[in-house]
Design a protein around this ligand. Structure first.
Ligand SMILES: NC(=O)c1ccc[n+]([C@@H]2O[C@H](COP(=O)([O-])OP(=O)(O)OC[C@H]3O[C@@H](n4cnc5c(N)ncnc54)[C@H](OP(=O)(O)O)[C@@H]3O)[C@@H](O)[C@H]2O)c1
Length: 285
């Protein structure tokens, strides 16, 4: 069985991918304790010992706000950490899969972004993710750069579980407010895992958007979460965008143009996936 190294294995996406691919690969699930990607010498020794055939790089500095205050730390993890891993994997790993963000496209457009659009990363986090992308594209022959966004899913215990956190919030409130000015594609981590499997199986290389079909505003997203749970809390739109240090683009929505052109798109509509996810949480509660 081929060995697949997953970095950031305890993260929201890393844990979902691990779960989904465990029957098809021998998974090397590396948390930060086992593999700190900022430490090149130990990353090199770790990969030399375990010799993975594929690397799925899901570890990242993901606090977009904090990155504005700590740019060096963010670049060190997202750019230098990626460069370290590419070099550490040289000679053992044939495929390098890098998880990136549709937020990288920036401010150019009001319609959903396709891969042919120019990338103009708007924040420190997105600049660092884009540098990581470029390193992978330039240095790895067999690569996948996958741009996703607005991830949800996995365990309800995960602190970043947006859907479950809104459920908890809505349980204790009569009304809550959400941003109607920001647009994206709520995307289930297990759908991303299925798309990754498809791309590995098809032995495809390249740069792909990997988001759910359809898009919505944060406000529409939160409203859909609350109504799917059947809660009485009223969701209202804010009258202006949330104040943020990181000037993220109001439009992070994308379409899977490249996947669709190649007949490889397996991503469902965000509402179907959200309903399915909430139903499965309720069944296991
Ligand atoms: N969440 C989204 O909506 C979204 C959108 C677009 C793209 N992405 C990308 O998708 C990937 C997965 O994101 P996620 O939401 O699953 O993030 P996450 O839950 O924050 O997981 C990131 C993981 O990276 C690990 N990590 C951080 N620094 C590290 C280091 N120096 N060495 C090794 N591991 C380190 C973290 O470990 P600790 O737990 O120890 O900190 C954490 O487990 C990332 O590349 C992210 O940029 C996410």
């Amino acid at each position: 069985m081929r060995r697949l190294l997953i970095t950031g294995a305890n993260g929201m996406l890393g844990s979902a991918v691990q779960q989904y691919l465990k029957d098809d690969f021998e998974i090397i699930a590396a948390s930060r304790n086992e593999l700190n990607i900022q430490d090149f010498a130990s990353a090199k020794a770790y990969l030399k010992k375990l010799q993975p055939h594929l690397v799925l790089h899901a570890a990242a500095y993901t606090n977009v706000e904090e990155a504005e205050r700590q740019p060096q730390e963010c670049y060190s993890v997202n750019y230098n950490g990626t460069l370290n891993l590419i070099n550490a994997a040289k000679g053992f790993s044939h495929k390098f899969i890098y998880i990136s963000s549709t937020g990288n496209y920036g401010f150019g457009k009001t319609e959903p972004y396709a891969e042919y659009d120019e990338v103009m990363p708007p924040t420190v986090y997105h600049k660092s993710k884009y540098l990581g992308e470029k390193a992978v594209q330039e240095l790895c022959a067999d690569f996948l750069v996958l741009r996703t966004g607005w991830l949800f899913g996995g365990s309800t215990e995960h602190k970043k579980n947006f859907v479950y956190n809104r459920f908890i919030e809505a349980m204790s409130k009569d009304e809550m407010f959400s941003d109607p000015f920001q647009t994206g594609n709520p995307t289930n981590t297990s759908d991303v895992a299925r798309q990754i499997k498809k791309l590995i199986d098809e032995e495809v290389v390249g740069t792909f958007n990997v988001v759910s079909e359809g898009n919505c505003t944060r406000y529409e997203y939160v409203k859909e979460i609350v109504s799917t749970y059947g809660l009485n809390c009223v969701v209202k739109p804010t009258d202006k965008p949330f104040e943020r240090l990181a000037k993220v683009s109001p439009n992070e929505a994308a379409v899977n143009f490249n996947l669709t052109q190649m007949g490889l798109n397996v991503m469902p509509h965000w509402k179907d996936s959200l309903h399915h996810y909430i139903n499965s949480i309720q069944q296991h509660a």
